[in-house]
Write a protein that binds this ligand. Structure first.
Ligand code: 13P
Ligand code: SF4
Length: 332
């Protein structure tokens, strides 16, 4: 017989009491899963806070690269993911495509020793390891500007993977020249060379959506995530990571209308009134939404039975270099 959500929540609560586990959830998780978490946050907060957590198991409700980052930073910790869901953007690059990007730059007159790679945290451990091995580091959407500012001090060209939008948005904010591999341009002339990856959810927001809301509700504010297209971010009143968006919106006067360009579940949880989802198409992240209460219960039960499912493993060499890339970010 199928259990109701309330029954599942009660069982999950009992298992959490009994076991040495910390349940972690990203802001984009379904409401009922999000409610059961001990730690919630954006990708930077989750990486920082789970690192210092002392329970034996981290049960991570999110997408693959997030659980992997916990394992990389704390290899002794056992990390279980109720669903092995993968961020579509993270899937757009692997070690081979990373090497091809380096080869492209070399073929176009930029030597490997003159490249400092930065990978968005939305990438798998093998890409983070390649970046770490080349002296580079990781960034998230909340610290990308700080990381790029610091990286520029080395006087090298930045290869930014995999999100072209985040790379271009930061370059625009900082008045730097950027280009996207495969879309023309001379890497010798660019400060930031972006890989051509993107988030299909954040591509749904358009300048036309912004115009629609501004015409319908004069005075409305537009707040977007930096994974949106640069034209959308340029036309916005505020651009920020999920945590930065939450802070910005919670501090608005109650009667101030705002349309938000980020994932559906998070926007709906923000504020009871005067908050709109900035798209006529539902911007729900399919992989973030794969994890259900039932999956969380099954994962906890498997830990109780001594046979954890979906446990994250990272090989030693990948772990070593990916950790270096992540720790360079955390040190900043
Ligand atoms: P944050 O770094 O803002 O949590 O974003 C992660 C993500 O996947 C956004 O789509
Ligand atoms: Fe990946 Fe986009 Fe989903 Fe974020 S919203 S997890 S970038 S697919």
């Amino acid at each position: 017989m199928q259990l109701t959500n309330e029954e599942l929540k009660a069982k999950i609560g009992e298992l959490k009491e009994k076991l040495s586990v910390t349940v972690v959830a990203h802001f984009y998780q379904r409401d009922e899963v999000f409610e059961m978490a001990d730690i919630t946050g954006d990708s930077l907060e989750l990486a920082q806070r789970t690192k210092d957590d002392d329970s034996e198991f981290v049960v991570f409700c999110g997408v693959g690269f997030m659980g992997q980052s916990v394992k990389v930073l704390s290899p002794k910790k056992r990390v279980v993911m109720p669903k092995l869901a993968c961020c579509a953007m993270a899937k757009m690059i692997d070690g081979i495509y990373y090497d091809q990007s380096i080869a492209f730059l070399e073929a176009n007159g930029v030597s490997k020793s003159n490249i400092l790679p930065i990978t968005y945290i939305n990438s798998n451990a093998d890409v983070k390891a390649k970046v770490g091995e080349m002296g580079g580091l990781v960034c998230t959407s909340s610290n990308a500007k700080k990381i790029i500012t610091s990286a520029l001090k080395e006087g090298k060209k930045i290869l930014f993977v995999p999100d072209r939008c985040l790379g271009q948005n930061i370059a625009n904010q900082m008045g730097l020249k950027s280009m996207v591999i495969g879309q023309g341009g001379d890497p010798k002339e660019a400060d930031i060379i972006c890989y051509d990856g993107f988030c299909s959810v954040h591509q749904l927001f358009s300048v036309e959506d912004i115009e629609y809301y501004r015409n319908k509700y004069p005075g409305i504010l537009i707040a977007t995530h930096p994974e949106c297209d640069p034209a959308v971010c340029d036309a916005s009143d505020f651009v920020g990571s999920t945590s930065q968006l939450i802070k910005y919106i919670k501090e608005l006067p109650e009667d101030q209308k705002v349309a938000v360009g980020t994932e559906f579940n998070m926007v709906n949880r923000l504020r009871p009134k005067n908050t709109y989802v900035l798209s006529s198409t539902k911007p729900e992240c399919p992989t973030m939404n794969e994890t259900t209460l039932e999956d969380l219960y099954t994962a906890l039960k498997s830990i109780e039975e001594g046979n954890p499912i979906n446990e994250i493993e990272v090989d030693e060499t990948t772990q070593k270099w990916a950790k270096i890339a992540l720790e360079r970010m955390l040190a900043l």
